[in-house]
Design a protein around this ligand. Structure first.
Ligand SMILES: [Zn+2]
Ligand SMILES: [Zn+2]
Length: 104
């Protein structure tokens, strides 16, 4: 199950579960759309993969027989922060950004 992280790991802006601004990599590293577009250029600072819009988990369980939705699987509360410095991230991004994600 996807871990819905509460913040951008770069600029720390809040990214609530229903945010349309959250972007994730395949490892669930989470960033805001502004950081992805203006700083990361579609490169995850950690794994180097691409970043896509995070799916929005519905608030309720829309099938009574299945215990799904945020009411049963709430968003995470542990704020995360990239372990890398901005200088390191910029170098990492410059190395990778011109390679399409499907070819990395
Ligand atoms: Zn951000
Ligand atoms: Zn990643």
């Amino acid at each position: 199950m996807l871990e819905i992280r509460p913040n951008c790991e770069l600029c720390d802006v809040d990214l609530p579960a229903n945010s349309t601004q959250a972007r994730i990599c395949s490892y669930e590293c989470t960033y805001c759309a502004d950081c992805v577009e203006q700083v990361l250029f579609n490169v995850c600072p950690t794994c180097g993969g691409g970043l896509v819009p995070r799916p929005i988990r519905p608030q309720r369980s829309w099938r009574a027989e299945l215990n799904l939705g945020l009411a049963n699987h709430p968003a995470g509360t542990k704020r995360r922060y990239s372990r890398f410095t901005r200088e390191d991230i910029d170098q990492h991004v410059a190395r990778i950004k011109d390679i399409p994600p499907e070819q990395r």
